[in-house]
Ligand binder design. Structure first.
Ligand code: ADP
Length: 219
């Protein structure tokens, strides 16, 4: 299957790190920025780079923007530029358009333009760090919806050697352990007889309320 091709507009801190991660994962990435120095710093990392103003419609057409599967508008601070670049990517018919917002109002404007996804990197990272500060065992989490999440929790020493049947989170708290990451591999869909040890990571799915109750009980 043909690998997806990405175009990242704006190679600031967010755009450049996103572009490099896509490259690390084996995808082709075209990086576009109007700042020549920024582009020259990134040119050796990305598949292609172009110095261009993302609001220059002719230029975007000439570099074949419409052929990309996914376009990411990573311009944040200049809201006018972010909105204009987003409109052009949408109009050119790129399959998926993702735009970065720096405020709720900016995000709402982007949603009105019909982008497929609005991302709020600063806001989301702030929330993530706050969660990790109040729960040192929290490794990471994914919000499935407003009320449900998947959470990665480090096993505290108080649970060392316990079997999942001892913990019994489904019956006690209504949430399930769907995987256990161990130093030598991952147990997916563990059984009641599987044991956890200090430092393992439990992957738990459930409502935020139930997961919180479970977290509190093991701390
Ligand atoms: P971050 O906070 O992620 O560093 P910034 O908004 O500060 O994001 O940086 C965005 C990048 O987008 C900058 O490198 C800037 O040169 C680039 N940029 C801004 N406007 C345009 C535009 N119209 N066309 C192309 N690149 C742009």
């Amino acid at each position: 299957m043909k690998k997806q091709q990405f175009v990242v507009i704006g190679l600031g801190r967010f755009g450049s790190s996103l572009a490099m991660e896509l490259i690390d994962q084996g995808y082709e990435v075209l990086g576009v920025d109007r700042n020549e120095e920024v582009v020259s710093n990134m040119s050796s990392y990305l598949t292609h780079t172009v110095v261009a103003d993302a609001t220059d419609e002719e230029m975007l057409r000439s570099i074949g923007i419409r052929n990309f599967d996914c376009g990411i508008v990573a311009i944040g601070d200049d809201i006018q530029m972010s909105i204009m670049a987003t409109i052009l990517l949408k109009e050119m018919g790129i399959g998926t358009v993702v735009s970065k917002a720096i405020s709720t109002l900016h995000g709402r404007a982007l949603e009105k333009l019909g982008v497929d996804k609005v991302v709020y990197p600063e806001r989301d990272m702030g929330i993530r760090v706050a969660h990790q500060l109040v729960n040192p065992n929290l490794v990471d989490y994914i919000e499935l919806s407003k009320d449900y999440s998947i959470v990665e929790l480090k096993v505290p020493s108080s649970l060392d050697g316990q079997m999942l049947s001892d913990l019994n989170p489904r019956a006690r708290f209504g949430c399930s352990i769907v995987a256990i990451q161990k130093p030598n591999g991952c147990i997916v869909a563990p059984t009641a007889m599987d044991q956890i040890h200090t430092g393992d990571i439990m992957v738990i799915i459930g409502s935020n309320e139930n997961i919180e109750e479970f977290e509190e009980s093991v701390n």
